[in-house]
Design a protein around this ligand. Structure first.
Ligand SMILES: [Zn+2]
Length: 320
C-alpha cells in the first residue's frame, strides 16, 4: 500500500517542532548529529515537559525574517512531498518577537515562505500556558488582525499538567467576543477536567483530547457536540500520554463515531511524516484507504478553512 499517495489533511502541526534538522544545524552553526540529538525526542520521554525541551534550539534560530521565511518554505515543501493538500500550521508568535523582529514581521515572513509552494495552508497562533495574560491577549488581537489573511484561529499550548486549562477562561471569552475561532490542547498531559474546561469554553476542536477515553460521559459529550479531536499518535507515545501504540484510543474513537484528524504534531521532534503515521495506524489497527478518506473528509469539514476552500479540497480528496 502506498500511503504517500493518499491526499491528506493536517490540522495539528507545530512549525517550531518541524524545522528540518539540516536547517537547524546550518542556522545554529552546529553539526547535523548535534542538531538531531538536541531537537529529536526519544521514543519515550519522561513526560510532556521533557518532550517540550526539544523546542529550545529550533526556537532560538527562528529569530529573523529570512530564517522564518526559509523554515516556513521548507515545511510547505515537506507537506507537499507528504501529499498534504491542506494544513493548519501553528506556532507561538510571541516567542520570536525581539527588538529587530515585530509580530507583523513574523506573520508576514512565515506567510511569504508558505506561499512560495502551491499548497493550501493557514496559520493557528498559539497562546502559551506559561505566558502572562497580557501577552496572550496580544496573540488574540494579532490573530484578529490577520484573520482570513493567512491566519485562521488561535490555540493554547504548553504544559497543561502545570497550568490547568480552566485558568484560561477569560482569554477564550475575549476570543469569542473578537470572533476568533480556537482549538485548545487539552487531555494530553492532564485528564478529563481539562477537556471539559475546553468544551465549556466553546471549543469544537481539541488538540489530542485522548484522555477522554477515561470517562464515558466526556466521550459521549464530544460525540454529541460533534467536536473533532486532533490526534497525534507517535507524539502521544513519546510524551507518555499513552504507553504504546497498541494502547492508543484512536481506533476506539473512530469506531464510536467520534470525529478525528490524524496529525504529526511535530515532524522533527517526533521524527515522523503523515505517511509514516498512516503506515503505523494501518499496521496496528487495520485502518484502510477508505478509513483514511473518511478521516480526511471529516478533518477538512472540522478545519478553519473557508467554505470555498473546503468545497474545492473535498473534491480533491474524492478524486484520489
Ligand atoms: Zn501540539
Amino acid at each position: 500500500m502506498d500511503y504517500k499517495n493518499i491526499p491528506k489533511v493536517e490540522l495539528h502541526i507545530h512549525l517550531d517542532g518541524s524545522v528540518r534538522p539540516k536547517t537547524i544545524a546550518e542556522l545554529a552553526n552546529i553539526s547535523l548529529e548535534e542538531a538531531i540529538s538536541l531537537s529529536v525526542a526519544p521514543a519515550k520521554c519522561h513526560d510532556l515537559n521533557d518532550y517540550l525541551t526539544r523546542f529550545a534550539l529550533p526556537i532560538s534560530i527562528m529569530n529573523s525574517k529570512e530564517n522564518l521565511e526559509r523554515i516556513a518554505y521548507e515545511l510547505a515543501q515537506d507537506l507537499k512531498n507528504d501529499n498534504v493538500i491542506y494544513a493548519e500550521i501553528r506556532f507561538a508568535p510571541m516567542q520570536h518577537v525581539s527588538a529587530d523582529l515585530s509580530d507583523d514581521d513574523i506573520i508576514t515572513s512565515i506567510l511569504k515562505g508558505l506561499h512560495k509552494v502551491n499548497i493550501k495552508t493557514n496559520l493557528i497562533l498559539c497562546m502559551l500556558r506559561n505566558h502572562i495574560d497580557v501577552v496572550n491577549y496580544q496573540v488574540i488581537d494579532l490573530a484578529k488582525k490577520y484573520l482570513g489573511k493567512g491566519v485562521c484561529a488561535i490555540d493554547l499550548a504548553g504544559d497543561e499538567a502545570i497550568y490547568p486549562t480552566k485558568k484560561f477562561a477569560k482569554l477564550f471569552e475575549y476570543a469569542k467576543i473578537q470572533h476568533v475561532p480556537f482549538t485548545i490542547h487539552a487531555g494530553e498531559a492532564d485528564g478529563v477536567d481539562s477537556i471539559n474546561a475546553a468544551i465549556n469554553f466553546g471549543a469544537y476542536r481539541i488538540g489530542h483530547g485522548i484522555n477522554c477515553i477515561l470517562d464515558e460521559k466526556t466521550m459521549n459529550l464530544i460525540k454529541d457536540k460533534n467536536i473533532s479531536l486532533e490526534i497525534c499518535p507517535t507524539s502521544n507515545i513519546q510524551t507518555n500520554s499513552v504507553t504504546n501504540i497498541n494502547k492508543h484510543p484512536i481506533y476506539e474513537f473512530y469506531k464510536k463515531g467520534i470525529k478525528i484528524s490524524i496529525n504529526t504534531d511535530n515532524r522533527t521532534v517526533s521524527n515522523v511524516t503523515l505517511t509514516s503515521e498512516y503506515e503505523l495506524l494501518s499496521k496496528t489497527f487495520g485502518f484502510t484507504v477508505q478509513d483514511f478518506y473518511q478521516i480526511n473528509s471529516s478533518a477538512l469539514k472540522a478545519s478553519f478553512a473557508s467554505s470555498e476552500t473546503k468545497a474545492l479540497l473535498l473534491g480533491r480528496l474524492e478524486n484520489r
